[in-house]
Design a binder for this molecule. Structure first.
Ligand SMILES: [Fe+2]
Length: 313
């Protein structure tokens, strides 16, 4: 069981060390996070106008909501303001922008379970991001846009941070997934047939739900086992999250221990340097290549979504 730090006045280096050891950090809202969720909220409210995005399931069909989200989510991901605001948030937390690399932020939605919980609004089963080709040094930053309730939040399984979970992460290759599945998310309205890494054992069904106010952040290691709590409330939950890696940790392969991830490929090409939005160099990314990239002509995602590139040997 790890510790939970709230607004801890410690260095970024020490915070990363603790996050890699399974601790979790809760950070209060700042000017930067208010700007990020303000942008998300404005885009949501415009997209669903004149309805309230939190109760949209009362006036639209799942297909209609999926179609709106199918346009809205990419618009948010690629919004130029996001790439300015995330470095600002990092600065507010004492992170060196020359060393910090981030992935474009995602806008997530979790509707009351009976309404829409697949495809574009996929309700994530218990998983580690490191079962999905995230490097062991990945940190996740998660922010609610509206007030949370325990039954429309994110659930953590802290006991499994240091305990092997039998899983089928070996089925997952990042490049294959992007080529085949991501673009079709909007089509999976009723059921989600995309095969994903899952636990292959019963889990002790005890989750911890952190409930920061809107614009507050939960920071956690990509190796934490977490899930979308099935939303049994009557309001939709909307959140923003983005992932970061720190250059020093990338090059010396520092991070959480890999106890049970066997996926292939790496998300390392997605991260952008906070100071100038440059990708990590090929030399550095190569440290994380496992050969599966040689069979793929899809190498760059993130802010560029899907861009065919040359086949790498
Ligand atoms: Fe996740």
């Amino acid at each position: 069981m790890g510790s939970v730090f709230i607004d801890a006045p410690i260095s970024d280096e020490e915070r990363r060390t603790r996050l890699y050891a399974g601790d979790i950090f809760i950070l209060s809202a700042t000017a930067g996070t208010r700007a990020l969720i303000g942008l998300a909220r404005q885009m949501l409210e415009e997209a669903f106008a004149p309805c309230d995005p939190r109760t949209i399931h009362e006036s639209k069909t799942p297909e209609e909501v999926a179609a709106i989200l199918g346009k809205l989510k990419p618009q948010f991901i690629h919004h130029p303001e996001c790439k300015k605001i995330i470095p600002q948030i990092m600065l507010e937390h004492g992170v060196d922008l020359e060393k910090l690399h981030f992935d474009v932020p995602r806008l997530r939605s979790a509707y009351p379970s009976h309404f829409l919980s697949s495809g574009i609004a996929y309700a994530f089963h218990p998983h580690r991001d490191t079962w999905y080709s995230a490097p062991m040094c990945q940190l996740n930053w998660w922010l609610p846009i509206y007030p949370l309730e325990p039954d429309n939040a994110m659930g953590f399984y802290p006991r499994y941070f240091g305990e092997v979970v039998r899983n089928n992460s070996e089925i997952y290759n990042y490049y294959e997934w992007n080529a085949k599945n991501r673009a079709t998310a909007v089509q999976h309205v009723k059921v989600d047939t995309r095969e994903q890494p899952k636990a292959q054992q019963e889990l002790e069904p005890v989750t911890v739900r952190y409930l920061p106010p809107p614009g507050g952040i939960i920071v956690f290691s990509g190796a934490q086992l977490h899930e979308t709590v099935p939303n049994t409330t009557n309001v939709a939950r909307y959140s923003v999250d983005f992932r970061t890696v720190h250059y020093d940790d990338v090059v010396c392969r520092r991070g959480a221990a890999n106890i049970d991830s066997r996926c292939t490929g790496t998300t390392m090409r997605d991260y952008l340097r906070a100071s100038d939005l440059e990708h990590l160099s090929d030399d550095v990314v190569r440290l994380y290549d496992d050969g599966s990239e040689a069979h793929s002509n899809i190498l760059y995602f993130g802010d560029r979504l899907v861009r065919p590139g040359p086949t790498r040997a």
